[in-house]
Design a protein around this ligand. Structure first.
Ligand SMILES: [Zn+2]
Length: 62
């Protein structure tokens, strides 16, 4: 589990979505990534204000 860089609280996963790369051309291999936006769960933390993701992590699926 990742920690918030400001307050060291464990981050929670917010939105997750897939990102596809290289599908415009048959020359390039298609890669699929699962992206997860991580949010700080501490309401007193400046990182949690404004609803912005603290960090986005990507896992390659294909
Ligand atoms: Zn925080």
């Amino acid at each position: 589990m990742k920690l918030c860089p400001s307050c060291r609280t464990a981050l929670k996963i917010g939105k997750s979505y897939t990102r596809v790369e290289g599908d415009q051309s048959s020359e390039t291999p298609t890669r699929v990534y699962l992206c997860q936006e991580l949010y700080c769960r501490n309401p007193a933390c400046p990182q949690a204000k404004g609803g912005q993701a603290v960090e986005t992590v990507e896992h390659r699926v294909v």
